[in-house]
Design a binder for this molecule. Sequence first.
Ligand code: ADP
Length: 217
Amino acid sequence: MGVRLEAVCRRYDNGVTALDDVSVDLERGAFTAIMGPSGSGKSTLLQCAAGLDRPTSGRVVLDGQDLTGLSERRLTLLRRRRIGFVFQGFNLLPALTARQNVGLPLRLAGRRADPDGIQRSLAEVGLGERGGHRPHELSGGQQQRVAIARALVARPAVLFADEPTGALDSASGQDVLRLLRGLVDEHGQTIVMVTHDPGAASYADRIVTMRDGRVAA
Ligand code: ADP
């Protein structure tokens, strides 16, 4: 099911229309890249698709669930259970080990920090032996892979990534992209990635190009 946006508009209070009647199907089991120049609405699209921001009008249907009209509480629960997020800056907690960082979403959701599930996520990103390391003891690419393991630990319906290779050198960036590609090919993970890098987008099954708040033809 993935994520479907239907006639989504997002107008900010300053009068800027960041999304102007966007309809797009981010397919389940596929790797979709969202490209476009700065200011074209990529981040806003990602935020609306992930239930972090609300459209001014239109609907977002995530994994079969219409997000329109959900309370903040329901939306937060849905994000915790159904969505994984990876950012350019990794956003790991420096005082926690890789294992503790990966377990954090489960703890926030009030679930048991299942050691097997955490270990499985770390192994999936190739860091099965690094669970005891803190972020400063890992390379940038490894830190991003810990962040991906953290995003996967709740087995999300959709993994959203906002410029996940933006802070990495090209070799580590390619490792991360190959990892994302493998999650789609081997586990059928649905991934939606914002990037301005055509090389990164080439790992995707499909590229959605944004221009002035609209999907370019
Ligand atoms: P991109 O990710 O492609 O750079 P954004 O989605 O961040 O584009 O921004 C789209 C447009 O919306 C831009 O004109 C930007 O200035 C504006 N915008 C983004 N966020 C806000 C906000 N919180 N308040 C007002 N305008 C915003």
